[in-house]
Design a binder for this molecule. Structure first.
Ligand code: ZN
Length: 306
């Protein structure tokens, strides 16, 4: 009997040790819905005036993001540049999490600029794109929490000037010392609305057609990352040509034929690029699931999950 108890105890310790050592399980503990909501509600509020690229309110939004990154243990770096077309200074924000290999990269990004104020109306841009910003910020926290150093170096990026033809991400990549060393770019632009409701929220997954394994990566990982079928995502696959064209910051990566995955809306909601894109319409259920799954995919690509 004593031996049985000892074996039982040992098994429980071993089991719980295995669970707690699982970097994905550990990472998911960093997801705090209250924090996610606060980012989106705060940055899409009137105070930030729709964050037009290079505006004073955009600079305040960038400072807000800096402070969140510092709280999460990162050292934000600003990629500032003058944009002659706009006559204003733009500023990308990036942080790095060094991997064992500091010469190969996974980049995870979302734009934080918006449309600003037009005819006295604030374009809040809660879904476009504070949803993406909150996703990248949360995934950055998950990497800190997962307890494992990635093989590749991760760059988390908050782009400026996306609404001005992707000026920020294009500027960053045109100065990136070796684009061919980027193994994956994951883009978040409008991931907060579930047009078909919260039960089985839809999301579009687009990938560079030159890298068919990116689709397999998604289809084979979904059930592992979100094993409960009642808490999953309704994914629409959209193959995109890797020809440097498209509608968001993945274009800056596609130009260099970098493998990319872009999350986006299946169909544009009626509040797209309207003042009515507000935080009360965000599907927190969908956003949380997209964040979970995205961490899982990038963790496979960066060598956290083997
Ligand atoms: Zn956008």
């Amino acid at each position: 009997m004593k031996i049985f108890k000892k074996i039982l105890l040992f098994s429980i310790v071993l089991y719980s040790g295995t669970v707690s050592a699982n970097p994905y399980i550990k990472a998911t503990k960093a997801i705090n819905l209250a924090d996610i909501k606060k980012i989106i509600i705060d940055l899409s509020a009137d105070k930030y005036q729709g964050r037009l690229a290079g505006s004073e309110s955009s600079k305040k939004a960038a400072q807000y993001l800096d402070s969140l990154l510092i709280q999460s243990g990162y050292a934000p770096v600003r990629d500032n540049f003058f944009c002659p077309e706009l006559g204003r200074n733009l500023s990308n924000i990036t942080v790095q999490l060094k991997g064992k290999d500091t010469n190969s990269f996974v980049v995870i990004g979302a734009h934080y600029d918006g449309l600003g104020v037009k005819k006295g109306e604030i374009y809040h841009g809660a879904d476009d794109n504070m949803s993406g910003v909150a996703a990248v910020m949360t995934i950055a926290k998950m990497y800190k929490r997962c307890g494992k150093k990635p093989e590749k170096t991760i760059i988390f990026a908050f782009w400026d000037g996306e609404e001005e033809d992707f000026l920020g991400s294009i500027h960053y990549m045109s100065n990136f010392y070796k684009p061919e060393r980027v193994a994956l770019y994951m883009n978040f632009d409008m991931v907060g609305r579930a047009n078909n409701g919260d039960i089985f929220p839809e999301v579009s997954y687009a990938w560079n057609n030159n890298f068919p394994y990116l689709k397999t990566l998604c289809s084979e990982s979904l059930n592992k990352a979100l094993p409960d079928k009642n808490r999953s995502l309704d994914i629409t696959y959209e193959m995109r040509w890797g020809d440097g064209k498209g509608g968001s910051d993945y274009v800056a990566f596609s130009k260099y034929n970098i493998p990319y995955i872009a999350w986006m809306e299946v169909e544009m909601h009626p509040d797209y690029h309207k003042p009515t894109d507000t935080s009360d319409k965000i599907s927190w259920v969908k956003l949380e699931r997209v964040i979970n799954f995205s961490f899982y995919i990038t963790a496979l690509m960066s060598g956290i999950i083997i």
